[in-house]
Design a protein. Structure first.
Length: 64
C-alpha cells in the first residue's frame, strides 16, 4: 500500500470518528440543558470535537 493512501485512510477515518464523537457529546449537552444541568463545558467540548473532525476530513484529501 502506498504511504499516501495509508495516511489518507488514517486521517479520514480519524476525522469521521472524532466528528461522530462530537455529535454524540452534543446530544448529551442538549439533554443536560433540557434537564437544567451543567451543559456549557460539555457543549464546548462537543463543538471542539465537531470542528476538529471536519477539519481532518477536509485535510485528508491532501493525502489522496
Amino acid at each position: 500500500m502506498k504511504k499516501g493512501k495509508v495516511l489518507f485512510l488514517l486521517v479520514s477515518i480519524s476525522g469521521i470518528l472524532i466528528f461522530s464523537s462530537g455529535i454524540c457529546i452534543l446530544g448529551e449537552s442538549i439533554i443536560q440543558k433540557i434537564n437544567n444541568g451543567n451543559w456549557f463545558w460539555v457543549g464546548t467540548i462537543a463543538l471542539i470535537l465537531i470542528n476538529a473532525g471536519v477539519c481532518l476530513m477536509i485535510n485528508a484529501k491532501k493525502y489522496r
